[in-house]
Write a protein that binds this ligand. Structure first.
Ligand code: UD1
Length: 433
């Protein structure tokens, strides 16, 4: 099985270009089936999650073509609506975003059957708010044999109040509501940049959505949507991951193709910790020299500190001077990397949803296993900052959300390779010395 082998201890230096936002892409690709016309979507990250979702869209009968690695054409006009559209693909269960097909199929065909979503095991991850929203629009929703069935005679706009701020449910309800009759209001909506991006994409198809990016989204249903060409925003979390990597390795990295505004929560924490963050129009430079300082972080919905950056910041803080505290307030099971990091010498105590981190001066290389996507990326950062060699198993999680992760790190001078066998690990060790 493929794993990374890494030799740490090098300052990462140079430039890295960030791909399109995975979580925006997943909503946008699903949204494209709301019209029978062709949609051309640019800046789609070439990662496992988008590939799997596109496979599922193709399996529904849509015509899906890669125009180039990052440009996808989707034409849902070839989907045959025989009243039995279902997404039961075994792969779709593995990704979280399968649930977006519920919203878009329901919105377009008034019917959907989709396998219950999977994704990283970072908490319970219920979908009650999605279901509440679909029901408010007039759908009957049942869960039978691990699949969600949703059906409506006709969808009609309504007032939906989200009991918790949820990215997934906010997007899903937008998808179901754009073609519903009348007005839908989503209150206590999530405000993440990818919600704005999905809304902009839908509006470019002819939808009428106002207020995305605030906590009240107003949607006036339209009868039909049309094809469009659209370019996805840069990935906030990939950018943040390289920012943390630059800081943890005492590096100097220019991170290109970003929207600095989306990175403010991360930039301000890194600055507080003593790193230098310089913002340009569409790039940020992160530099660090010497040991960083401790700080406190609480994960919150946007514009708060993103939960998807919590593990990467934890590994950086665990090398910083003093004691830091991280409070994880979004997902209850997001400290699974702590045991792995302890093998490298990190001192982190988890109490409920808090991690108390006592900074150590150095990590030493270890053999580790990636517990999920972001924690996997965080352990790579730790290995790059450590002395000696590390290996990381289960990199399939990382490949779900990071495009050419090892290649980009190598371009920054990091010593990392994907290997299959222990023999390959030995070869790498001999080669890099
Ligand atoms: C999305 C992202 C994920 C990110 C998360 C928070 C995708 C594919 N995934 O996940 O990378 O970590 O947003 O930014 O975009 N909740 C409920 N009921 C629901 C839905 C959610 O109680 O019906 C709770 C969740 O358990 C969690 C919180 O709401 O505590 C936020 O979840 P949500 O924003 O929906 O996360 P996801 O859409 O699963």
């Amino acid at each position: 099985m493929e794993k990374y082998v890494i030799k740490g201890g090098r300052r990462l230096e140079g430039e890295v270009t960030i791909a399109g936002a995975k979580n925006a892409a997943l909503g946008i690709l699903a949204a494209a089936i709301l019209t029978d016309d062709e949609c051309i979507i640019e800046n789609v990250p070439y990662v496992e999650d988008t590939k799997v979702l596109l496979k599922a869209i193709e399996n529904l009968g849509a015509t899906v073509k890669y125009i180039d690695t990052h440009t996808v054409s989707i034409c849902a006009g070839t989907i045959r609506d025989d009243g039995y559209l279902e997404v039961e693909d075994e792969y779709i269960r593995k990704i979280r975003a399968s649930y977006y097909l519920l919203g878009s199929l329901l919105g377009k065909y008034n019917y959907a059957k989709v396998a219950l979503p999977g994704g990283c095991e970072i908490g319970l991850r219920p979908i009650d708010q999605h279901i509440k929203g679909f029901k408010a629009l007039g759908a009957d929703v049942d869960i039978v044999d691990s699949s969600v069935y949703a059906r409506a005679q006709k969808l009609a706009g309504n007032h939906v109040y989200m009991d918790v701020v949820t990215v997934g449910a906010t997007i899903n309800i937008m998808l179901a509501a754009v073609l519903a009759e009348g007005k839908t209001t989503i209150e206590n909506a999530a405000k993440e940049p990818h919600i704005v991006d999905v809304a902009n994409f839908l509006n470019s198809m002819g939808a009428n959505i106002k207020g995305a990016g605030t906590d009240v989204i107003r949607i006036r249903g339209v009868q039909k949507l049309k094809g469009t060409e659209y370019s996805i925003i840069p990935d906030q979390i990939e950018a943040g991951t390289f920012m943390a990597m630059a800081a943890a390795t005492n590096g100097n990295v220019l991170i290109r193709n970003v929207i600095p505004k989306h990175l403010e929560a991360i930039s301000s924490k890194l600055t507080e910790m003593g790193a230098t963050v310089i913002e340009y129009d569409d790039a940020v430079r992160v530099m660090a020299d010497g040991r960083l300082k401790s700080t406190q972080i609480k994960t919150l919905p946007y514009p708060g500190f993103p939960t998807d950056m919590q593990p990467q910041m934890a590994v950086t803080l665990a090398l910083s001077q003093g004691t830091s505290v991280i409070i994880e307030s979004i997902f209850e099971n997001r400290f699974k990397y702590v045991g792995e990091l302890a093998r490298m010498g990190a001192k982190i105590r988890v109490e409920g949803n808090s991690a108390i981190i006592t900074g150590v001066e150095q990590y030493t290389g270890a053999n580790m296993v990636a517990p999920d996507l972001r924690a996997g990326a965080a352990l790579v950062i730790a290995a790059l900052a450590a002395t000696g060699f590390s290996t990381l198993d289960d990199i399939k999680y990382i490949l779900r959300g990071y495009e050419n992760f090892d290649g980009k790190i190598r371009d920054l001078g990091g010593l990392i390779e994907v290997v299959d066998t222990d023999k390959d690990v030995q070869k790498f060790k001999l080669r890099v010395g």
